[in-house]
Design a protein around this ligand. Sequence first.
Ligand code: FES
Length: 293
Amino acid sequence: MLARLTTRLMDSQGFWTKPLGNVAYRFLHWFFGAMPAIRDLLIGRWLGHPLHAVLTDAPIGILMLVIVFDVLSMPQAAAWALALGILTMLGAALAGFADYADTDGKARERATLHSTLMLVALVVFIVSLLLRLPVSAAAGASTGAVLLSLLGFLIVAGAAYVGGDIVYVLGNMVSRHAFRGAGTKWISLEPAEVGTDGSIPEGRPVKAKLGINQLVLVRQGTKILALNDACAHAGGSLAEGKLIDGTIACPLHDSRFRMDTGYVTRGPSVYDQPAYEVRAREGGGWEARRSGS
Ligand code: FES
């Protein structure tokens, strides 16, 4: 199968994508970590959807037009489309680097390959644009400029394949709760810890089992707030995180979720966390179900 061959090819690049990715990650993590509001804007927390996936459609479509205009011998339209394609590529790259800043393991290696190919394509497109200057309808674009924009598009197509692999095969930036049903039934809740009087410890995160799910509980007096324990971003255990101003911070990449609603208040997660209702069960103990059931 072709996919096995391409996977082997991508994996074989690990000798340089791994070390380069680690260096790039350290820089990007520091850079975006210093301005979380900008990082959240670029990753798409405000949209509830990864922004990079939305922005990449523009350059791919526009750069395809460059080839069409070249075939139709419309050098001015091709040059304008190329300039616009380069600008939209830069916007998509910024959003992609913000995602990269909190990517681990194999996904980081693939992201390094993806972004390196895109940067090579960007340089090829810029050279092609420079070769087209000054733009003249009479002279037309040189063969070198046309071939370079064609080469750039082929590199972009290869890089887009790698980008698709990061999402569809490795599940990076996919909500960890994409396949979790809403759940309508009250199910017995089993906290991992209870006090000597049988109550849930107050004011700190406590893990609990709810059927096949793990939850994180925070008791505030008689009220018990509950979220799914697996962070929507990449599965970090929220029970190991800290409580900060009514939110819980993921120990892996510091995404924050409101304990009362599960709303995400800080990235890199762009997704809310499933919240649960908890009540005392007749005869002792607790039971819970997904909020909004
Ligand atoms: S796993 Fe990345 S922020 Fe929670």
